[in-house]
Ligand binder design. Structure first.
Ligand code: SF4
Length: 309
């Protein structure tokens, strides 16, 4: 389940009338605008789409469903929404909460029952984090369900801070500049995943969820500890935001403002074509340069081309 601010549990503020008012008016308006903007920017929803809204019972997925339901009423195109929950059979999972909530709302919903909890607990040694395998199994179950029920889009509740946290995780631990895209094609090419909350901050979601009084289901029923590296990144982001308000938003915007010519990935920008008309960019010339650096002979002179074998 997504969350990058693990150290500050959301403070229940639903009874504060000022927060309720903010949630129902100004904040709600901002969230609708941001979600609408993301949908428009990435072409997330088209006429006739059947959107599977993945609902875990956490603040993010409740907010996602709530936003999509509101926007559906004013959307320029007709589309269908179905809330889908994967009951992973975690101990103590309150099975009635989501059906009760969705029935009261009048939203079509489906519950998938699959005991991924037992499988993950059996396979992962005690003390290790379960989340990686659990997430893969959950993704598989949701993709299968989408395929069998003709869903054209799968909507997930990842938000702006999740995208930024993933960027730093990939940067620090995988040496790549990569994040969590607002829209993507699944690896098997069969599913389009959308993240309509891509522009929404986690702190706004915390406030909104409190104001709307969503019946939150705790995300620690499985007993898994959050990955330490992700926790550290979350803490780093929290500290930055506290010291430099607006920094996370800046980073989020930067993820949509990549300048390949100012990076160093030759597969994204043709650096070879810059400024040279001679043969230095030919494959042969490149190979000679590489050889010079990789295996110089004993009498090698820096800058000289290695002798032909
Ligand atoms: S192991 Fe628990 S916390 Fe981790 S992804 Fe699965 S349900 Fe969420």
């Amino acid at each position: 389940m997504s969350s990058v601010l693990p150290l500050s549990a959301p403070v229940p503020r639903a009874r504060d009338p000022r927060v309720v008012e903010r949630g129902q008016h100004k904040l709600g308006k901002r969230l609708r605008r941001q979600v609408g903007q993301a949908i428009a920017d990435f072409g997330m929803i088209e006429a006739g789409d059947k959107v599977m809204v993945c609902l875990s019972g956490g603040k993010d997925s409740y907010t996602l469903l709530d936003m999509l339901l509101q926007l559906q009423k004013k959307a320029p195109v007709p589309f269908e929404l179905v809330a889908v929950n994967l009951d992973q059979k975690q101990p103590g999972f309150p099975e009635h909460v989501l059906p009760d909530y969705l029935t009261a709302l009048g939203v079509p919903f489906q519950i998938i029952e699959q005991d991924t909890y037992s499988v993950v607990s059996r396979l992962i040694p005690e003390g290790k984090t379960l989340c990686s395998l659990c997430s893969r199994m959950r993704r598989g179950a949701l993709y299968n369900h989408a395929a069998h029920h003709g869903f054209t889009k799968i909507a997930l509740g990842h938000h702006r801070d999740d995208r930024v946290a993933t960027f730093f995780m990939n940067l620090f631990h995988h040496a790549k500049v990569s994040s969590m895209p607002p829209k993507l094609l699944s690896d098997d090419g069969k599913h389009v995943v959308i993240r309509p909350l891509a522009y929404v901050s986690e702190s706004d979601i915390v406030d909104y969820a409190a104001a709307r009084n969503f019946p939150i289901i705790p995300c620690n029923l499985c007993g898994s500890q959050e990955n330490l590296q992700r926790r550290q990144v979350g803490l780093m982001m929290q500290q930055w935001e506290a010291q430099h308000p607006g920094r996370i938003e800046q980073i989020s915007r930067a993820l949509g403002n990549i300048q390949p010519s100012q990076m160093a990935d030759a597969t994204l920008f043709d650096f070879m074509a810059l400024g040279h008309a001679d043969d230095t960019s030919s494959p042969d010339a490149r190979l000679h340069w590489v050889e010079v650096e990789s295996d110089p002979p004993d009498d090698h002179q820096p800058g000289l081309r290695a002798p032909a074998p």
